[in-house]
Design a protein around this ligand. Sequence first.
Ligand SMILES: NC(=O)c1ccc[n+]([C@@H]2O[C@H](COP(=O)([O-])OP(=O)(O)OC[C@H]3O[C@@H](n4cnc5c(N)ncnc54)[C@H](O)[C@@H]3O)[C@@H](O)[C@H]2O)c1
Ligand SMILES: O=C(O)[C@H](O)COP(=O)(O)O
Length: 630
Amino acid sequence: MVETGRKYVFDFDSTLTRVEALDVLAEMTLQGNPKRNEIVAEIQKITNLGIDGDISFTESLERRIRLLNANKSDLEALVKELRQKISKSIESNKQFFHEFSEDIYVISCGFKEFIDPIVEEYNIPSDRVYANTFKFDADGNIIGFDETNVLAAHNGKIDCLRNLDLEGEVQVIGDGYSDYVMREAGIAHKFFAYTENVHREKATNNADHVAPNLDEFLFVNDLPRNLSYPKNRIKILLLENVHTAAFDNLSEEGFSVELIKTSLSEDELIERIKGVHVLGIRSKTQVTQKVLDAADKLLVVGAFCIGTTQIDLEYSKKKGVVVFNAPYSNTRSVVELAIGQIIMLMRSIFPRSTEIHNGEWNKTAAGSQEVRGKNLGIVGYGNIGKQMSVLAEAMGMKVYYYDVDDQLAIGNAIKCSTLEDLLNVSDVVTLHVDDNKANKNFIGEREINQMKDGAKLINLSRGFVVDIDALASALKSGKLGGAAVDVYPSEPRSNGGFETPLQGLSNVILTPHIGGSTEEAQRDIADFVPNKIMDYINTGNTVDAVNFPNIRLPKQNKAHRFLHIHRNVPGIMAKINEILAQYGLNISGQYLSTDSEVGYVITDLDKEYDKDVIKALKKIENTIKFRVLY
Ligand SMILES: NC(=O)c1ccc[n+]([C@@H]2O[C@H](COP(=O)([O-])OP(=O)(O)OC[C@H]3O[C@@H](n4cnc5c(N)ncnc54)[C@H](O)[C@@H]3O)[C@@H](O)[C@H]2O)c1
Ligand SMILES: O=C(O)[C@H](O)COP(=O)(O)O
């Protein structure tokens, strides 16, 4: 970073601090006043009218001071309060204010009495703070302001800056009308609309650049900063109506997030993925090779669900794109639905309910049985299968399970060594195998014929697992006594029309892939997946990534972190370390995790180093991705 000869002119209220100081003062002085809320609202209204230029600033100041009813003794408490209200990204970038102190000015229509003590801590001395001053009476009451000060007049900042006659490029950073007019009048060279605390259209519409925080301002100017890359520059695209809490979590972290209600087709996604750093999807969106090739900035795919076969995991890895999912958040929701379905199917509740809807009373015990003592066959004894086992036993069912992996029996469940054994014995078969494509048509005509006559089949796993035509025939012929189906070989991308051969069949419960769609599950996923995403973006952690070498990194402590993803071919590690040694870097930690395809090396090092090392590391043959974090 180079000394630029620029001058930086900061506004105070709602820029350096998150608040308008006079509003805070009003809140304090009017405590106990029965009309407090009314007066505070009036003061805020007048503040905004002044900031937006709808009334003259002098008028706004006069009117507010009249309503304030403040005393000199209140100012100490105000300063104390303002110290707690420094803008977040200003506070985290103190280094900039210290290093560039000589070039930083504050020009504010606020008052030196409270600005000076605040900005002093940011190395800005009183003689570089241009602001109004109060007038007090003999008892210390604030009765007005120094009217001869240029800043007390309408558009006073223009005159103030003109009088300063600063050399070099002058950049103004502020949130309001009075700031951008300095640029408009030609006294400042650039105006940065600062939107970390308030977003004023008049300011943003007239800005040379909108800075959602100081990180952005420092990044654009290549100035020393606390963050390697401003978070607002990280674009996140969330599809398939993921819970809005995910949007809130990621936006609050400072990322730029877009939420789309539906899934997108491959072509649409290819169009939208450009410039996107993080893609959030559920089970419908196909992240194919073509999509990944079009993704020029993609770092992470977050599957806001359990299944991940909709994502080309191997190709993502080759591209250095890390994939996370939510392996447990909706487990319980699926299990509860399946339990409900077992009872509904065994009691033939849906046919009885449909009859009544059609105006028919059919009280009968035919085809209605208790679940107590019946055999439940669980196919796929993973997270969902095991919870099913516990709840079904609690209802008095006898549980049998079959899994391709060696799974430990929970409770009194009985392990079957073949699928056929399980199918032969079960009154209800429930499928919870994973979404592995090898499970296509895993349950077909042959397997259905191995089931007991009149048995029920439940599929909440994946649509392709069951040959749906074979299932429809078995239901029509009476071989099976009922089915509950939540997933289909082909599902629409958004809500609307849908057809399946299972429609209209008796004792068949059809649901639109809602096994995991409960408020609780979606809310939990909306915390779980964003946390994984943020951890990877902010620190490089890949714990729980489904396609990538997992690594839990220690906290970065005043260090810069190099993240190097490469194809796992011999000699890369040696090359990385050769370059680090060549540039004489002081390494405080190095971590490596590999699988057969990729290697992920993380190096923590002292802040001071020759930045050319980055170019050299990026040039190493077989490098897939490289990032610097601080
Ligand atoms: N309907 C929904 O809304 C919904 C919600 C959540 C999960 N799911 C689906 O439920 C399924 C299970 O989820 P989970 O979290 O329990 O997964 P999991 O990975 O924990 O368990 C799957 C189990 O199936 C076993 N398995 C795989 N293929 C098998 C086969 N051919 N025969 C026998 N066992 C086999 C695996 O060994 C594993 O133990 C997944 O397909 C998931 O996508 C659907
Ligand atoms: O994989 C899953 O978790 C389920 O199939 C749920 O998927 P969804 O979030 O698209 O409903």
